[in-house]
Structures are given as structure tokens and as C-alpha cells.
Design a protein around this ligand. Structure first.
Ligand SMILES: Cc1ncc(COP(=O)(O)O)c(C=O)c1O
Length: 469
């Protein structure tokens, strides 16, 4: 018998049910949580965070790295740092810190967040705090005050040579340092070299002249990060090889160097058909570093990762109601949802990121091809393709069972970056504050007058939204 049920479409296309997704009475269950229960209790639109997933992810990555290190005879340690910018919310960061994790920061307000965590005893003065990003004076001052107050494992990572002057001036005793090496971008990108980090050709001479000769500094970490993520491609392996080669050269100049930070970029499932082989990738990363170091006769480094999206992405979901269906011509059907896709999953709009899109109910209805439209005025407020298909299929509305029940849709694995990019409640990407706002007008005499409308955002403004105050 030919079946046109949505359930059968999914069942025949993917392994289903699968980790985190199951069906009960024709309705979707996410990580064991029946979503219809939440919808009935709270209504839509709603976003949810399933906190237990965070620990599962951390444990899995840690197990994979430690196991790969053990089996290959790798003698360095593995450190899991959480990249706070992927989700700064207190409930996320505090959950992360239950799992013996270190911290990576990216801007000035992050240090205010670190201080709150310290005051509440979620971290102590031994926690490793890696400071990435382009340092403003304010960010550098806050980093230096942590160092001067005895936080032992703060590691400011130099993004450029000029940054060193901040630590020369403001650190009272000694301090650890890291250096970020700029990677080559993927061949199809607009730029050849990343704007983040130091030019590889300048690193050795800079370290000889300014760091190794200065008793104030201990270079402990080389940092590299491929922005397009960890992938089994010639490009990724090539960049990692170059980074390990740089590590070995640098280790000869600065024997204090012990850590290689490979940044973030561990992918998450953005389709029910995702086939990323975590075990294989981690094993290959560990083996590549080990063998390159053996060839150079350099002891293998401690490995640091800064997984953001991987830590928190799969814990998030956003659920909408379909308010109505519009057929605009013979081929194009729209499902209009009760929010904007631009503001709730901005990565889908801005960089074409895909998320897992599934109906919450009506899985036994027939399916058809639709476009999902937001209710903002913007013509780009839509979602109409998936990773595995250039089309989107969803159940028809109505149906035999509960025909009057609205159709509910969910985007899943949305837990990283979407809130800060969309400015949820007033937070910002990397916690970079809103600038001050000046109004300029003409007074009654026709003179131009300027007036401060709003001050620049303060750390407290954001920490309050994030649940720290
Ligand atoms: C320096 C650094 N580390 C870690 C990350 C986290 O990346 P992801 O969320 O892909 O793991 C980023 C993201 O931009 C980054 O810039």
C-alpha cells in the first residue's frame, strides 16, 4: 500500500526514532519530553532548553578524547573549555560547570560574568580561563585584574602583537600567555587569511624578541581555530597539520609551551540524517597531533578544545503554531507561523544555517511541500530547505484525528548563538554592548543640538538578562 503519511516519509528516509526524537500517539517527544504537554501548558511560541543534554555532550567528548589518547599512548592531558559566547545564560554556564569544565571568554563583559561565577563558587582561582578575542583596553584591564588578584590559570591569548603592551603595563607579577595563529580561510571564502590571530610568519620572531626574553611572561598555549568547523576535509587536516608544526617550532623557542588549543567547531546534528563520526574524527585529531610531534621529537601537548555549539546547541528548541495556510499560486504553499524566523533563528536567515525542522503533532496526516513563513514584514523571513533536501515537507493541517487542533512546528538544536544574535532581552553577540545613542535635532531657534538618548550598555544590564543578578 502506498502511504503518504508524514510519519512514513521520515521513517523511510532516516533512522527513526533516533537519539532525542521519538513519537507517542502521533506527537513528537524531544529527549523524553512530550512537547504537546508543554504547548498545552504554556502556549506558543515557546523556546526550551533541555539542560541534561549539556552534561551528556561534555561527557561524550571528554570520553572520546581521553580514550583516543589512551589507546594511542598520547601523553598529554585533555581540557574541555566552554566557549561562553555560544550561550551566556547563567543556567547554561552553571550546568556546564557541574562537569569539571574550564572557561573561554571573548569580550570584556565576559569577565564580569566570570567574577559572578567566582562569587557564587562555581569556579575558583585554579579554573583555567582562556581569554580570546580582540582586546579592548577595558577587556585587557579586567583580565589583568584577575591575574593580579591571584587567578592562577588565566591565559590571555594574543590576537595581535600590540596586545602584549597591555600585559607589559598592567600585570604586576608573572602571567601566562597564549598566541592565536591566523589560519588560512577555506578556498571559497572572500579572504585568504583569517582576521583573527597573528600572521604565522611573524610568530617565531615575535616570541623570541618579546616573550621569551621577558621574565614576566610564560607562553603556555598555541591557539588555532578553523571557523568553518571540524570536518573530515583536506582543508581541515591541512590547517591542523600547520598548527602542530607551528607548535613544535614554537616549543623549541619557548619551552614553557605545553598546550595546543584547537578551538571550537565540533558539529551538531542539523538534520535527522547527520552522519558525523565523532569517534573517528577525535581519534584522527589525536593521532595527527601525536605523529606530527613524534616526527619533530617534541613532547605532545595538552589538548584544549572550546566547543560552544557542540556543548549547548542540541539542548535548545523553538516551537511555533501554524496560524494559517496561504496558497499564493499553484506551486507555492505557505505555513505562516506565530513569530519571526529572522529574530528567533537568525543564523537561518543570516548565514543559511539549517536546523532540524519537525512537526510536533499530526505525524499520521499526509504530507505536502510547504514554505514556512514568519509574520514579520520581511520577504526573507522564511525557511524552505533542509540539509538533505532543497524542499520542506510537513503534514497537512486538519486531518482525521483532532482536525481542529492547530499544527505545531519545532526547530531543534537551536541552543547555541541564536539568543545572543537576535538580541534576546537586550543581550548581544559576544556580549559586545550597544553603543551610546546620540540624538541630533534642531531647537526652536534652528540651532543644531545634540543630546545623549541612551548610555552605552553596562555589564549589569546584560548580566541581569542572563540570570546572574
Ligand atoms: C575562538 C573561538 N573558540 C571557540 C568558538 C566556538 O565555536 P563553536 O561554537 O563552533 O564550537 C569560537 C566561535 O566563534 C571561537 O571564535
Amino acid at each position: 500500500m502506498i502511504s503518504n503519511r508524514y510519519f512514513d516519509l521520515i521513517d523511510q528516509t532516516f533512522y527513526f526514532p533516533q537519539e532525542g526524537f521519538d513519537i507517542e500517539d502521533g506527537n513528537l517527544v524531544f529527549n523524553g519530553v512530550p512537547l504537546m504537554y508543554l504547548i498545552k501548558k504554556y502556549g506558543t511560541p515557546l523556546k526550551l532548553t533541555y539542560l541534561p543534554k549539556i552534561g551528556t555532550q561534555i561527557k561524550r567528548a571528554r570520553n572520546l578524547f581521553t580514550k583516543a589518547m589512551k589507546t594511542s599512548g598520547y601523553r598529554g592531558k585533555y581540557n574541555y573549555c566552554y566557549c561562553t559566547k555560544s550561550s551566556h545564560f547563567s543556567y547554561v554556564v552553571k550546568e556546564v560547570l557541574k562537569h569539571d569544565v574550564e572557561i573561554e571568554t571573548s569580550s570584556s563583559f565576559d569577565i564580569d560574568l566570570v567574577r559572578r561565577l567566582f562569587e557564587e563558587e562555581f569556579i575558583d582561582k585554579q579554573t583555567i580561563i582562556v581569554n580570546n578575542g580582540f582586546k579592548t583596553r577595558e577587556y585587557a584591564e579586567k583580565i589583568c585584574s584577575l591575574i593580579n588578584e591571584g587567578f592562577e590559570n588565566v591565559v590571555p591569548v594574543l590576537d595581535n602583537k600590540e596586545e602584549l603592551a597591555f600585559y607589559e603595563e598592567m600585570v604586576k607579577g608573572q602571567c601566562n600567555l597564549g598566541i592565536r595563529v591566523a589560519t588560512d580561510e577555506e578556498p571559497n571564502f572572500e579572504f585568504y587569511t583569517s582576521r583573527l590571530g597573528l600572521r604565522p610568519s611573524e610568530i617565531i620572531s615575535f616570541c623570541k624578541e618579546r616573550i621569551e626574553s621577558n621574565p614576566k611572561f610564560n607562553l603556555t598555549m598555541l591557539h588555532f581555530f578553523v571557523d568553518t568547523g571540524i570536518k573530515d576535509t583536506i582543508y581541515y587536516w591541512g590547517e591542523l597539520k600547520k598548527a602542530v608544526k607551528m607548535y613544535c617550532e614554537l616549543k623549541r623557542v619557548c619551552p614553557s609551551l605545553t598546550g595546543l588549543n584547537i578551538g571550537g567547531g565540533m558539529p551538531i546534528r542539523n538534520s535527522l540524517g547527520s552522519e558525523f563520526d565523532y569517534t573517528y574524527m577525535v581519534r584522527e585529531i589525536v593521532n595527527l597531533i601525536l605523529h606530527a610531534c613524534q616526527e619533530e621529537e617534541i613532547p605532545e601537548p595538552d589538548i584544549f578544545t572550546e566547543f560552544g555549539k557542540y556543548t549547548v546547541g542540541e539542548s535548545g528548541a523553538i516551537i511555533y503554531s501554524v496560524l494559517g495556510q496561504k496558497r499564493q499560486n499553484d506551486a507555492e504553499v505557505w505555513y505562516m507561523i506565530d513569530n519571526s524566523l529572522i529574530t528567533t533563528i537568525p543564523d537561518a536567515w543570516g548565514i543559511g544555517e539549517r536546523f532540524i525542522l519537525l512537526p510536533v503533532n499530526k505525524w499520521y496526516n499526509e504530507f505536502h511541500r510547504v514554505n514556512v513563513g514568519g509574520i514579520s514584514c520581511d520577504n526573507s523571513d522564511y525557511y524552505n530547505s533542509e540539509i538533505h533536501d532543497t524542499r520542506v515537507y510537513l503534514p497537512v493541517m486538519g486531518g482525521k484525528d483532532k482536525p481542529d487542533e492547530p499544527l505545531y512546528l519545532g526547530f531543534f538544536h537551536t541552543g547555541a548563538y541564536q539568543d545572543s544574535l537576535s538580541g534576546y532581552g537586550g543581550i548581544k553577540h559576544c556580549l559586545i554592548p550597544s553603543p551610546k545613542h546620540i540624538l541630533i535635532y534642531k531647537d526652536s531657534k534652528g540651532n543644531i543640538v545634540d543630546k545623549l538618548y541612551k548610555e552605552e550598555q553596562k555589564p549589569e544590564d546584560m548580566l541581569r538578562i542572563l540570570g546572574y543578578i
